[in-house]
Design a protein around this ligand. Structure first.
Ligand SMILES: [Mg+2]
Length: 277
């Protein structure tokens, strides 16, 4: 018997609904990640969430019993800042709209984050931040009226909180789009390719496996990036949603939870008749 994980050199994990839900780790996540590492398989955590820095995410995972280095975390902000190089030269001033993760990623890639249009930024990067206010969005609007490039870290319409689904970065981007009549020039996060490019470049994965709980972001993005994909049913997606998947949202494999990495793989096509309970 070959376990699913043994076919892969790096496993890429989505976070929410896969590794944790709200404040709590998903059952079996810690033991499975630890077993993969013991087998010499790389583990990389990829998140669209731009609010937190990789250091903060790694600390959160470590606190949940999953010891993680910041180098094992790839965020939408990092992918966005890499993508920014296609639009403006390093050293350029970029309006950082979002949490601390946005400015930190820009600095890491050689840009100068600024927070007001009065500083004459040459581009705008917009990511999620729970403290974002009207005046932050107003600065983005003033800047974008000058026709400069606009990168969104991701377009998630919602953001899961302990109290339910709140507006995600995509909803705040749409507020700016509505006010300016513009759309972002590029989007970095899942299901777009930049986040995966960043993660593969970082880990040098040859046979990566993307594990996620959402068909339209994790699975579609992993498939488009040329990886095999595993849908786990610990997050938003039900067995019924899985069976209804179409086109590039069809996962390679389906599993109840992360323990499915440690056993023989179950192909999606073998699950659609409801044979596997
Ligand atoms: Mg998720």
């Amino acid at each position: 018997m070959t376990a699913l994980c043994d076919d892969h050199d790096v496993v890429f994990f989505d976070l929410d609904g896969v590794i944790y839900i709200g404040r709590n780790a998903v059952q079996h996540a810690a033991e499975v990640v630890s077993e993969l590492k013991a087998r010499g398989i790389g583990c990389c955590f990829v998140t669209n969430n731009a609010a937190r820095t990789p250091i903060e995410v790694a600390q959160h995972l470590t606190d949940l019993g999953i010891p993680t280095l910041d180098s094992e975390v790839v965020t939408g902000s990092q992918a966005g800042a890499s993508l920014m190089r296609d639009f403006v030269a390093p050293g350029s001033k970029v309006l950082a709209v979002g949490g601390p993760g946005v400015a930190a990623a820009l600095i890491e890639r050689g840009f100068v984050p600024v927070f007001s249009n009065d500083d004459e930024p040459q581009a705008v990067m917009q990511g999620f931040g729970p403290q974002l206010s009207w005046s932050d969005l107003a600065e983005a609007c003033y800047a974008l009226r000058r026709g400069i490039p606009w990168i969104a870290t991701n377009m998630d319409s919602t953001f899961p909180t302990g109290r339910g689904l709140a507006p995600g970065n995509g909803s705040l981007v749409m507020a700016v789009a509505h006010a300016t009549g513009r759309q972002p020039d590029a989007v970095a996060g899942k299901p777009e390719k930049s986040l995966f490019d960043e993660a593969v470049a970082r880990t040098k994965a040859v046979r990566g496996l993307m594990v996620g709980d959402r068909l339209d972001t994790d699975i579609a993005g992993g498939n488009r990036a040329g990886m095999q994909t595993l849908l786990v049913l610990t997050g938003v997606c039900t067995r019924g949603d899985s069976a209804a998947a179409k086109g590039d949202e069809i996962p390679t494999y389906v599993g109840e939870d992360l323990r499915s990495l440690l056993v023989e793989p179950v192909l999606w096509s073998d699950t659609i008749g409801g044979i596997h309970a």
